[in-house]
Write a protein of this length. Structure first.
Length: 157
Protein backbone atom coordinates (compact mmCIF):
# COMPACT_ATOMS: atom_id res chain seq x y z
CA UNK A 1 0.00 0.00 0.00
CA UNK A 2 1.09 3.55 -0.57
CA UNK A 3 1.18 6.48 1.79
CA UNK A 4 -0.35 9.73 0.54
CA UNK A 5 0.93 13.15 1.60
CA UNK A 6 -1.31 16.17 1.02
CA UNK A 7 -0.86 19.76 2.14
CA UNK A 8 -3.87 21.52 3.63
CA UNK A 9 -4.08 25.25 4.21
CA UNK A 10 -0.83 27.07 5.00
CA UNK A 11 0.50 24.85 7.77
CA UNK A 12 -0.81 21.28 7.65
CA UNK A 13 0.37 18.01 6.13
CA UNK A 14 -2.12 15.15 5.99
CA UNK A 15 -0.70 11.63 5.76
CA UNK A 16 -3.01 8.71 4.92
CA UNK A 17 -2.35 4.98 4.67
CA UNK A 18 -4.37 1.78 4.90
CA UNK A 19 -3.16 -1.25 6.85
CA UNK A 20 -4.39 -4.83 6.68
CA UNK A 21 -4.83 -5.06 10.43
CA UNK A 22 -7.49 -3.93 12.90
CA UNK A 23 -7.19 -0.51 14.55
CA UNK A 24 -6.15 -2.06 17.88
CA UNK A 25 -3.00 -3.55 16.29
CA UNK A 26 -2.04 -0.40 14.37
CA UNK A 27 -2.66 1.73 17.48
CA UNK A 28 -0.46 -0.56 19.61
CA UNK A 29 2.30 -0.27 17.01
CA UNK A 30 2.18 3.52 17.43
CA UNK A 31 2.26 3.53 21.24
CA UNK A 32 4.24 0.52 22.56
CA UNK A 33 8.02 1.10 22.63
CA UNK A 34 8.95 -2.50 21.74
CA UNK A 35 6.79 -2.29 18.61
CA UNK A 36 7.80 1.27 17.66
CA UNK A 37 11.48 0.23 17.69
CA UNK A 38 10.74 -2.47 15.12
CA UNK A 39 9.28 -0.24 12.42
CA UNK A 40 9.72 3.53 12.97
CA UNK A 41 13.25 3.56 11.60
CA UNK A 42 13.12 5.46 8.32
CA UNK A 43 15.58 4.31 5.64
CA UNK A 44 17.24 0.89 5.72
CA UNK A 45 20.21 0.72 8.08
CA UNK A 46 18.85 3.00 10.79
CA UNK A 47 18.06 1.92 14.36
CA UNK A 48 16.28 3.42 17.37
CA UNK A 49 18.56 2.94 20.40
CA UNK A 50 16.25 5.01 22.64
CA UNK A 51 12.47 4.74 22.51
CA UNK A 52 10.31 6.26 25.24
CA UNK A 53 6.57 6.28 24.67
CA UNK A 54 4.47 6.85 27.79
CA UNK A 55 1.13 6.78 25.96
CA UNK A 56 -1.10 8.70 28.35
CA UNK A 57 -2.08 12.37 28.55
CA UNK A 58 1.04 14.23 29.75
CA UNK A 59 3.26 11.23 29.01
CA UNK A 60 6.70 11.74 27.48
CA UNK A 61 7.94 10.84 24.02
CA UNK A 62 11.62 10.49 23.13
CA UNK A 63 12.84 8.72 20.03
CA UNK A 64 16.55 8.62 19.11
CA UNK A 65 17.70 7.35 15.71
CA UNK A 66 21.17 6.36 14.55
CA UNK A 67 22.61 5.23 11.23
CA UNK A 68 25.24 3.18 13.12
CA UNK A 69 28.06 5.40 11.89
CA UNK A 70 28.15 9.08 12.74
CA UNK A 71 24.68 10.44 12.03
CA UNK A 72 21.96 10.62 14.65
CA UNK A 73 19.01 12.79 15.59
CA UNK A 74 16.14 12.68 18.04
CA UNK A 75 12.61 13.82 18.75
CA UNK A 76 10.92 14.73 22.01
CA UNK A 77 7.34 15.48 22.82
CA UNK A 78 4.36 14.74 24.95
CA UNK A 79 1.02 13.06 24.56
CA UNK A 80 -2.00 15.37 24.83
CA UNK A 81 -4.81 12.86 24.22
CA UNK A 82 -4.79 9.06 23.94
CA UNK A 83 -8.04 7.30 23.07
CA UNK A 84 -7.22 3.59 22.75
CA UNK A 85 -7.50 2.16 19.26
CA UNK A 86 -8.90 5.34 17.71
CA UNK A 87 -6.97 8.58 18.31
CA UNK A 88 -3.64 9.99 19.48
CA UNK A 89 -2.83 13.69 19.82
CA UNK A 90 0.75 14.66 20.61
CA UNK A 91 3.29 17.45 20.28
CA UNK A 92 6.70 16.64 18.82
CA UNK A 93 9.87 18.54 18.12
CA UNK A 94 12.80 17.21 16.16
CA UNK A 95 16.44 17.97 16.97
CA UNK A 96 18.43 17.89 13.71
CA UNK A 97 20.60 19.02 15.71
CA UNK A 98 18.78 22.34 16.25
CA UNK A 99 15.18 22.03 17.48
CA UNK A 100 12.40 22.41 14.96
CA UNK A 101 9.19 24.26 15.84
CA UNK A 102 6.59 22.24 17.70
CA UNK A 103 4.53 20.01 15.44
CA UNK A 104 0.98 19.31 16.66
CA UNK A 105 0.07 15.80 15.44
CA UNK A 106 -3.36 14.15 15.45
CA UNK A 107 -3.48 10.51 14.34
CA UNK A 108 -6.74 8.61 13.88
CA UNK A 109 -7.22 4.87 13.35
CA UNK A 110 -10.45 4.19 11.47
CA UNK A 111 -11.77 0.66 10.94
CA UNK A 112 -12.27 -0.16 7.26
CA UNK A 113 -13.47 -3.73 6.74
CA UNK A 114 -10.90 -5.90 8.54
CA UNK A 115 -8.23 -3.21 8.19
CA UNK A 116 -7.42 0.31 9.32
CA UNK A 117 -7.27 3.69 7.62
CA UNK A 118 -4.66 5.79 9.40
CA UNK A 119 -4.87 9.56 9.00
CA UNK A 120 -2.14 11.71 10.53
CA UNK A 121 -2.53 15.49 10.47
CA UNK A 122 0.65 17.40 11.24
CA UNK A 123 0.03 21.08 12.04
CA UNK A 124 3.14 23.24 11.90
CA UNK A 125 3.27 26.79 13.27
CA UNK A 126 3.73 28.45 9.86
CA UNK A 127 4.22 27.87 6.13
CA UNK A 128 8.01 28.07 6.43
CA UNK A 129 8.12 25.30 9.04
CA UNK A 130 5.90 23.12 6.86
CA UNK A 131 8.12 23.73 3.84
CA UNK A 132 11.18 22.74 5.89
CA UNK A 133 9.51 19.49 7.00
CA UNK A 134 8.57 18.64 3.42
CA UNK A 135 12.10 19.48 2.21
CA UNK A 136 13.64 17.20 4.87
CA UNK A 137 12.75 14.02 2.99
CA UNK A 138 10.34 12.92 5.70
CA UNK A 139 8.02 11.39 3.09
CA UNK A 140 10.64 8.80 2.07
CA UNK A 141 11.43 7.95 5.69
CA UNK A 142 7.74 7.58 6.55
CA UNK A 143 7.08 5.44 3.48
CA UNK A 144 9.97 3.13 4.43
CA UNK A 145 8.78 2.98 8.05
CA UNK A 146 5.16 2.22 7.14
CA UNK A 147 6.27 -0.52 4.73
CA UNK A 148 8.24 -1.99 7.66
CA UNK A 149 5.14 -1.66 9.88
CA UNK A 150 3.20 -3.75 7.38
CA UNK A 151 5.87 -6.47 7.74
CA UNK A 152 5.63 -6.28 11.53
CA UNK A 153 1.83 -6.60 11.30
CA UNK A 154 2.10 -9.57 8.90
CA UNK A 155 4.49 -11.27 11.35
CA UNK A 156 1.83 -10.88 14.05
CA UNK A 157 1.77 -8.14 16.62
Amino acid sequence: MTTTFVTDGETDIVVTRRFAAPPAAVFRAHTEPDLIRRWMLGPEGWSMPVCISDARPGGAIRFEWSDGRHVSFYATGEYIEVTPHSRIVHIERMFLPEPTPDNHVTTTFEPVGTGTRLVMRMSLPNAEARAAVLASGMQDGMEDSYARLEQVIEAGI
